[in-house]
Design a protein around this ligand. Structure first.
Ligand code: FE2
Length: 240
Protein backbone atom coordinates (compact mmCIF):
# COMPACT_ATOMS: atom_id res chain seq x y z
CA UNK A 1 0.00 0.00 0.00
CA UNK A 2 1.40 3.38 -1.04
CA UNK A 3 -0.12 6.67 0.08
CA UNK A 4 0.35 10.00 -1.68
CA UNK A 5 -0.22 12.63 1.01
CA UNK A 6 -0.48 16.16 -0.27
CA UNK A 7 -1.97 19.55 0.49
CA UNK A 8 -1.77 23.32 0.14
CA UNK A 9 -2.88 22.79 -3.45
CA UNK A 10 -4.22 26.34 -3.42
CA UNK A 11 -6.17 26.08 -6.66
CA UNK A 12 -3.09 25.33 -8.75
CA UNK A 13 -4.50 22.75 -11.16
CA UNK A 14 -1.31 22.32 -13.20
CA UNK A 15 0.65 21.50 -10.02
CA UNK A 16 -2.08 19.18 -8.73
CA UNK A 17 -2.19 17.24 -12.01
CA UNK A 18 1.61 16.89 -12.06
CA UNK A 19 1.65 15.54 -8.49
CA UNK A 20 -1.11 13.04 -9.26
CA UNK A 21 0.77 11.84 -12.32
CA UNK A 22 4.02 11.45 -10.38
CA UNK A 23 2.32 9.63 -7.51
CA UNK A 24 0.48 7.20 -9.77
CA UNK A 25 3.67 6.49 -11.77
CA UNK A 26 5.36 5.56 -8.48
CA UNK A 27 2.58 3.17 -7.58
CA UNK A 28 0.52 5.28 -5.15
CA UNK A 29 -2.89 3.68 -4.70
CA UNK A 30 -4.21 5.73 -1.76
CA UNK A 31 -4.60 9.51 -1.68
CA UNK A 32 -4.90 11.81 1.31
CA UNK A 33 -5.20 15.62 1.43
CA UNK A 34 -4.17 17.81 4.37
CA UNK A 35 -6.19 20.87 3.28
CA UNK A 36 -5.97 24.32 1.70
CA UNK A 37 -7.51 23.08 -1.52
CA UNK A 38 -8.31 26.65 -2.61
CA UNK A 39 -6.94 30.21 -2.34
CA UNK A 40 -4.16 32.13 -4.16
CA UNK A 41 -4.27 30.47 -7.61
CA UNK A 42 -6.75 30.37 -10.47
CA UNK A 43 -8.61 27.02 -10.42
CA UNK A 44 -10.43 26.63 -7.07
CA UNK A 45 -13.57 24.96 -8.45
CA UNK A 46 -11.57 22.56 -10.62
CA UNK A 47 -9.34 21.50 -7.72
CA UNK A 48 -12.37 20.86 -5.49
CA UNK A 49 -13.87 18.76 -8.30
CA UNK A 50 -10.65 16.75 -8.73
CA UNK A 51 -10.59 15.92 -5.01
CA UNK A 52 -14.25 14.96 -4.99
CA UNK A 53 -13.55 12.60 -7.91
CA UNK A 54 -10.70 11.02 -5.95
CA UNK A 55 -13.03 10.57 -2.98
CA UNK A 56 -10.06 10.58 -0.63
CA UNK A 57 -9.83 11.73 3.02
CA UNK A 58 -9.41 15.53 3.27
CA UNK A 59 -9.07 17.84 6.29
CA UNK A 60 -9.88 21.55 6.33
CA UNK A 61 -7.31 24.29 5.81
CA UNK A 62 -7.65 27.95 6.81
CA UNK A 63 -8.23 29.01 3.19
CA UNK A 64 -10.93 26.35 2.81
CA UNK A 65 -12.58 27.76 5.92
CA UNK A 66 -12.40 31.39 4.77
CA UNK A 67 -13.45 30.63 1.19
CA UNK A 68 -16.56 28.82 2.36
CA UNK A 69 -17.55 31.30 5.09
CA UNK A 70 -20.03 34.13 4.68
CA UNK A 71 -18.43 36.38 7.27
CA UNK A 72 -15.95 39.15 6.52
CA UNK A 73 -12.43 37.92 5.74
CA UNK A 74 -10.14 38.79 8.67
CA UNK A 75 -6.57 38.15 9.77
CA UNK A 76 -5.01 37.36 6.39
CA UNK A 77 -2.28 39.17 4.47
CA UNK A 78 -3.44 41.45 1.60
CA UNK A 79 -2.50 38.95 -1.13
CA UNK A 80 -4.38 36.10 0.53
CA UNK A 81 -7.30 38.43 1.23
CA UNK A 82 -7.59 39.56 -2.42
CA UNK A 83 -7.36 36.00 -3.66
CA UNK A 84 -10.01 34.79 -1.20
CA UNK A 85 -12.50 37.45 -2.26
CA UNK A 86 -11.98 36.31 -5.86
CA UNK A 87 -12.16 32.62 -4.83
CA UNK A 88 -15.50 33.13 -3.08
CA UNK A 89 -16.94 34.36 -6.39
CA UNK A 90 -15.63 31.30 -8.31
CA UNK A 91 -16.87 28.55 -6.00
CA UNK A 92 -20.37 27.13 -6.33
CA UNK A 93 -22.64 26.80 -3.30
CA UNK A 94 -22.01 23.04 -3.48
CA UNK A 95 -18.22 23.60 -3.43
CA UNK A 96 -18.58 25.83 -0.37
CA UNK A 97 -20.84 23.34 1.38
CA UNK A 98 -18.27 20.59 0.78
CA UNK A 99 -15.37 22.75 2.01
CA UNK A 100 -17.29 23.98 5.06
CA UNK A 101 -18.03 20.42 6.17
CA UNK A 102 -14.45 19.15 6.05
CA UNK A 103 -13.18 17.92 9.41
CA UNK A 104 -10.23 19.46 11.23
CA UNK A 105 -8.42 16.25 12.21
CA UNK A 106 -8.81 12.71 10.88
CA UNK A 107 -7.28 9.34 11.40
CA UNK A 108 -6.54 7.41 8.20
CA UNK A 109 -5.52 3.78 8.75
CA UNK A 110 -2.85 4.08 11.46
CA UNK A 111 -1.88 7.73 10.96
CA UNK A 112 -3.37 11.16 11.63
CA UNK A 113 -3.85 14.16 9.33
CA UNK A 114 -4.31 17.82 10.26
CA UNK A 115 -3.71 21.07 8.39
CA UNK A 116 -1.86 23.23 10.93
CA UNK A 117 -1.32 21.85 14.47
CA UNK A 118 -2.72 19.06 16.65
CA UNK A 119 -2.73 21.08 19.89
CA UNK A 120 -5.01 23.88 18.64
CA UNK A 121 -6.12 22.93 15.10
CA UNK A 122 -8.71 25.72 14.80
CA UNK A 123 -6.27 28.52 15.63
CA UNK A 124 -4.20 27.92 12.46
CA UNK A 125 -0.85 28.34 14.20
CA UNK A 126 2.37 27.59 12.31
CA UNK A 127 4.80 24.84 13.25
CA UNK A 128 8.09 26.56 12.44
CA UNK A 129 10.52 24.70 14.73
CA UNK A 130 10.89 21.71 17.02
CA UNK A 131 9.40 23.61 19.97
CA UNK A 132 6.19 24.23 18.03
CA UNK A 133 6.25 20.55 17.01
CA UNK A 134 6.51 19.47 20.68
CA UNK A 135 3.08 20.95 21.40
CA UNK A 136 1.52 18.92 18.59
CA UNK A 137 3.31 15.73 19.68
CA UNK A 138 1.50 16.02 23.04
CA UNK A 139 -1.77 15.47 21.16
CA UNK A 140 -0.48 12.90 18.65
CA UNK A 141 -1.78 9.41 19.46
CA UNK A 142 -0.59 7.64 16.31
CA UNK A 143 3.08 7.01 15.41
CA UNK A 144 2.81 9.27 12.34
CA UNK A 145 0.91 12.48 11.63
CA UNK A 146 1.01 14.46 8.38
CA UNK A 147 0.38 18.21 8.24
CA UNK A 148 1.09 21.31 6.14
CA UNK A 149 0.22 25.03 6.40
CA UNK A 150 3.80 26.41 6.29
CA UNK A 151 4.31 25.19 2.70
CA UNK A 152 7.74 23.85 3.71
CA UNK A 153 8.42 20.10 3.87
CA UNK A 154 9.91 18.92 7.19
CA UNK A 155 10.32 15.79 9.29
CA UNK A 156 10.01 16.27 13.07
CA UNK A 157 11.00 13.16 15.02
CA UNK A 158 10.22 12.51 18.68
CA UNK A 159 12.49 10.08 20.47
CA UNK A 160 13.66 11.16 23.93
CA UNK A 161 13.48 14.73 22.64
CA UNK A 162 12.14 16.32 19.48
CA UNK A 163 14.50 16.93 16.56
CA UNK A 164 14.30 18.17 12.99
CA UNK A 165 15.49 15.67 10.40
CA UNK A 166 16.36 17.29 7.08
CA UNK A 167 16.56 14.10 5.00
CA UNK A 168 14.33 13.70 1.98
CA UNK A 169 13.35 10.20 2.97
CA UNK A 170 13.24 8.33 6.25
CA UNK A 171 12.25 4.97 7.62
CA UNK A 172 9.87 4.81 10.55
CA UNK A 173 11.37 3.31 13.69
CA UNK A 174 9.02 1.68 16.18
CA UNK A 175 9.05 3.61 19.44
CA UNK A 176 9.45 7.00 17.77
CA UNK A 177 6.82 9.46 16.59
CA UNK A 178 6.86 11.43 13.37
CA UNK A 179 5.18 14.77 12.60
CA UNK A 180 5.66 15.24 8.89
CA UNK A 181 5.05 18.43 6.93
CA UNK A 182 4.33 17.36 3.36
CA UNK A 183 5.09 20.79 1.86
CA UNK A 184 2.84 22.45 -0.71
CA UNK A 185 1.53 21.30 -4.07
CA UNK A 186 0.48 24.69 -5.37
CA UNK A 187 2.64 27.34 -3.69
CA UNK A 188 5.92 26.02 -2.22
CA UNK A 189 7.75 28.49 0.05
CA UNK A 190 11.11 26.85 0.64
CA UNK A 191 12.86 28.42 -2.36
CA UNK A 192 12.14 25.45 -4.63
CA UNK A 193 9.31 26.17 -7.09
CA UNK A 194 8.53 22.49 -7.71
CA UNK A 195 5.46 20.94 -6.09
CA UNK A 196 6.02 18.95 -2.92
CA UNK A 197 4.15 15.99 -1.47
CA UNK A 198 4.88 12.89 0.63
CA UNK A 199 4.92 9.34 -0.64
CA UNK A 200 4.32 6.89 2.22
CA UNK A 201 5.29 3.32 1.41
CA UNK A 202 3.27 1.69 4.16
CA UNK A 203 4.61 -1.85 3.65
CA UNK A 204 8.24 -0.71 3.97
CA UNK A 205 7.45 2.05 6.50
CA UNK A 206 9.32 4.59 4.38
CA UNK A 207 8.27 8.23 3.89
CA UNK A 208 9.78 10.21 1.01
CA UNK A 209 9.27 13.87 0.12
CA UNK A 210 8.88 14.16 -3.64
CA UNK A 211 9.52 17.33 -5.70
CA UNK A 212 7.69 17.55 -9.00
CA UNK A 213 8.09 20.13 -11.79
CA UNK A 214 4.85 21.34 -13.37
CA UNK A 215 3.63 23.69 -16.11
CA UNK A 216 4.22 26.89 -14.14
CA UNK A 217 3.79 29.19 -17.17
CA UNK A 218 0.19 28.07 -17.63
CA UNK A 219 -0.55 28.49 -13.93
CA UNK A 220 0.93 32.03 -14.03
CA UNK A 221 -0.94 32.93 -17.20
CA UNK A 222 -4.24 31.88 -15.63
CA UNK A 223 -3.56 33.98 -12.51
CA UNK A 224 -2.95 37.07 -14.65
CA UNK A 225 -5.93 36.37 -16.92
CA UNK A 226 -8.16 36.08 -13.84
CA UNK A 227 -7.10 39.54 -12.66
CA UNK A 228 -5.54 38.15 -9.48
CA UNK A 229 -2.53 40.12 -8.08
CA UNK A 230 0.55 39.73 -10.28
CA UNK A 231 2.68 38.91 -7.22
CA UNK A 232 0.80 35.63 -6.93
CA UNK A 233 2.15 34.62 -10.34
CA UNK A 234 5.66 35.89 -9.61
CA UNK A 235 6.01 34.11 -6.27
CA UNK A 236 5.34 30.70 -7.87
CA UNK A 237 8.58 30.95 -9.84
CA UNK A 238 10.50 32.01 -6.71
CA UNK A 239 9.13 29.27 -4.51
CA UNK A 240 8.14 31.67 -1.74
FE1 FE2 B 1 -1.75 27.05 2.71
Amino acid sequence: MKFAIFGDIHANLEAFDAVMEDAKALGADQFVCIGDVVGYNANPHECVARLQELGCPVVKGNHDEEASATTEIVGLNPLAHAALEWTRRQLTQEDKHWLRNLRMVRQVRDFTIVHATLDTPTSWAYVMNRFDAMASFSYQFTPVCFFGHTHTPRFYVKALSVSLDSSESLRIDAGRKYFVNVGSVGQPRDGDWRSAYALYDHDNQQITIRRVPYDIETAQRKIRAAGLPDQLAERLALGK
